[in-house]
Design a protein around this ligand. Sequence first.
Ligand code: CA
Ligand code: CA
Ligand code: CA
Ligand code: CA
Length: 516
Amino acid sequence: MPHKKIPMTFFLLTAMLFFSISPATAATKNELKIKNIPFKKTTENEKYEDGEILIKYKKSKINLNEKSGKDKANVLEISKGLQKIRDLENLNIRLVKTNGSVEESLSELKKKDEIEIAEPNYARNPLLIPNDTYFGFQWGPHNTGQTLEIGNPLVQYTGSADADIDAPEAWDGESVLNSEVTVAVIDTGARLTHEDLSANIWANPEEIADNGLDDDSNGYIDDMRGWDFNDNDNNPNDAQFLVGSDDISGHGTFISGIIGGASGNGRGISGISSKNKIKVMPLRFDLYLSSELEAIDYAKNNGAKVINASFGSLYFSQLEKDAIDSFPGLFVAAAGNEGVDNDSTPQYPCSLSSSNIICVASSDQNDNLSSFSNYGASSVDIAAPGENIASIYNDADNSYVYGDGTSFASPFIASSAAMLWSKNPSYSVSEVKNKLISTGDNMKSCVEAGRISSGKRLNLKNLLDDSHILISSSVCTPAYRFYNPRNGDRLITTSESEKTKVLNMSDWKYEGIMFY
Ligand SMILES: [Ca+2]
Ligand SMILES: [Ca+2]
Ligand SMILES: [Ca+2]
Ligand SMILES: [Ca+2]
């Protein structure tokens, strides 16, 4: 994995992109730490081999090490319509088969005094770790506490095991996913030919290529794989994109890789779906509102269920809000990278009141809020991995880099929303949004948890797990903090009504929520 890191950059245009990227330089420094992943057994989504039952006999009554015991077991089993498969003699357990219902057989067997335990032959699945070469560097999906070496000079970043979204655990159940779901990425485009992305770029099913006609009558001619609203052509490739003298291209490719990196192809990284169910619709725009509006409209009219918006601005736009309100899917916005409170300094689109927006902060390898990440106890909804993220880059078809920014936390949420829709196509936008927020893991510290409304970081496994039990939201008590600039006094209250009262007093300045 390349490891050079450059400073985070901001673009003070109509829209800013929230990121920094570490360009490819040298070859992999650290060894993959993926080789000794234990064979994890899952207790959830239990499924069992059809018709198979394990019977543990009481040794005092039936001893399978003795012929007389085997005979007694045979008689009992035949009377219940069971056929022996094999004995686990040392354990005094027999594996049998029924032609009828496992549940009915079990309830019969449980009545028998000779039997200690009878259970279905439950399936135990290995934790799915994809074979992608750099998966070991992807702490966001699967944090083993691995150390990443990034920068010049190299800096080591060590994480905490399981400060991650539990992707492999979620992938265990991914066979239940139904359909392909498309995430529109409104950004600098995507390198369409990248070896680890091309297979997961959205393809317009109704359009015929290169015939000069708008076959699907969507207003765009030969739009096979999205659209370029910057150059107004059908090629949203992530090409040079100058802002002043800075080339900011690569941003959209990087995001697209997090969402749709080809999984299980033996190279590079893995996107959010190990079965490659999530497709990326690249919509290249010029970082201005005009083409943002066109891109939202395109996403809406061409089947995207989710839009990823890793950009922002300090300026409210009614047109932007109207466009987002008219989008029938989930609009995922990055919180921004100034380390400020979006509640007091609104960032748009993140801070818009539209009910279909989810605004995303960045968490690090240790489940802290990234120091650069904006936050907001009411405007920012959830955190997702956004620091030292490994993904693909646009300078070659086999280029891989690390990047930082809420820009790269947002696509974790966007693609996870798409995964939930793949499993439950009938879910409403609010169901998807609420489930994303409520099934996360609590952030490491109460103070940081208090900076985002849910206090949580994404957990894909919990999101997709219907049987996940919601733990009541937070163990932290919120308190409201005020400052009096005239005498330097501080006032802290946990009472909502007192907070409202003090907010209306002119000499106190509200400083936000803190948590105990
Ligand atoms: Ca984990
Ligand atoms: Ca068309
Ligand atoms: Ca055509
Ligand atoms: Ca791959």
